[in-house]
Design a protein around this ligand. Structure first.
Ligand code: BGC
Length: 400
């Protein structure tokens, strides 16, 4: 009797939760989102956004997933944990939809396996800070070391582990999500209370535009990025060696054995780092070059040939198998090209397949790694009264 009523209560609760989720979906952005499509094609859709529960963190904080759609078959899922781009679907040259970013299908995996930083917002400081310390205005700050002797991606409890507050935004030709997080003074060793906002905007021209803004109440350092890994043939489909990369950079910053820039700005000409003309990622990834050896492949910051202000073209990637093209524009001076070297075949991704080395690549727009310790690099210092404001654009298209 007790068991029966417990089961009934369970069914009632499920029905109630399902209807609540549906109601939530209907009330957002005035649209119920795009109709579902099967894996072989896109049945159209409309500009819209829906929200659903995506579980809870170990401390019980609820996490949501927002699904952004446009009328050209682009679908992006973003979760409030880490501001993670959990899925990004885009048609290939024949209209077939595939998810082109690496990730997991459940929150637990993101919480437990956060070292690849799949799709996450990275902060306060993207990439490495040498020896986990820097000095600002005469004060030395100690940071937790989570990557050998260095601090990587804001420390072990960086922005990729935070649950962000979400608000739906957008206009006539766009739909978006504004995520906010307040990082308290001293968090992960960084000074100043940092008010951070990251806006994801999906537009009708198959573009995901990300704007990062921050203010502080004490001098600090900031370097924010998104750590999506792309595989334009589809997540879980194998290595990205055939992807053809073009990088708008005449120079890069070589690194020491712990992947900290040596301070040198080295020309790419005549090296496997030269992607000024479109070249497949795999063509030179096994070159006997000392910098390829240090990174176990590409894991380097490129010095972009940027316009004096505004958005500049950073990179484009073409996948000959699917015809998908990704173009990246940014206001940032650098981009970290990481060829997924440390993916080691131990994690099972969204579609249930193991990720192995180079199954995805990341192009993380950023200020240069370790800038707080490298006075010759563009500054990452943010002071009270100033605003950190950068934009990066991921634009998708297809080529025949
Ligand atoms: C770093 C890599 C690191 C990867 C995942 C990249 O931004 O440069 O060295 O392995 O992120 O953590």
């Amino acid at each position: 009797m007790n068991r029966i009523s417990a089961a009934r209560r369970g069914i009632l609760a499920t029905v109630l939760l399902t209807s609540m989720a549906l109601v939530t979906s209907m009330t957002l952005a005035g649209a119920a989102g795009a109709p579902e499509s099967n894996s072989n094609g896109c049945t159209g859709g409309q500009l819209g956004i829906t929200k659903r529960p995506f579980g809870a963190t170990p401390d019980g904080t609820a996490v949501d997933v927002y699904r952004l759609t446009n009328s050209h078959c682009m679908r992006v899922k973003i979760i409030t944990y880490g501001g993670i781009v959990q899925s990004l679907k885009i048609p290939d040259r024949d209209g077939r939809l595939r998810n082109v970013v690496l990730g997991f299908d459940n929150l637990q995996d993101y919480v437990v396996n956060n070292s690849p930083y799949f799709g996450a917002i990275i902060g306060r400081y993207a990439n490495r800070i040498a020896d986990g310390q820097f000095t600002l205005d005469g004060v030395t700050y100690e940071l937790p070391k989570n990557n050998g002797p260095n601090t990587l991606h804001g420390g072990p409890m960086g922005f990729h582990t935070k649950v962000w507050r979400a608000r739906v935004v957008g206009g006539q030709d766009s739909v978006g999500l504004k995520l906010r997080y307040t990082s308290p003074d001293g968090e992960e060793g960084f000074p100043g209370r940092l008010e951070t906002a990251v806006k994801y905007l999906l537009t009708e021209d198959n573009t995901l535009r990300i704007r990062y803004r921050a203010t502080t109440d004490e001098p600090t350092v900031v370097n924010l990025t998104n750590h999506s890994y792309f595989n334009l043939s589809g997540e879980g489909s194998g290595a990205i060696y055939d992807h053809v990369l073009e990088l708008n950079a005449d120079a890069y910053t070589p690194v020491d054995p712990t992947l900290i820039p040596t301070g040198e700005i080295a020309p790419v000409a005549g090296t496997p780092f030269d992607f000024r003309s479109p070249t497949s990622i795999g063509a030179r990834i096994r070159s006997n070059h000392p910098q390829i050896a240090v990174g176990r492949g590409y894991d380097h910051n490129y010095v972009l040939n940027q316009p004096p202000s505004g958005l500049g073209h950073a990179a484009s990637v073409f996948d000959p198998h699917s015809g998908r093209v990704l173009e990246i524009l940014t206001t940032e001076p650098g981009v970290q090209f990481y060829s997924g070297n440390f993916l080691d075949g131990t994690l099972i991704g969204t579609s249930g397949r193991f990720y192995r080395q180079s199954d995805g690549f990341a192009l993380e727009t950023q200020h240069y790694p370790d800038s707080p310790n490298q006075p010759s690099f563009p500054s990452t210092v943010l002071r009270p009264g100033e605003e950190y404001d950068t934009t990066t654009v991921f634009r998708f298209s297809v080529r025949g």
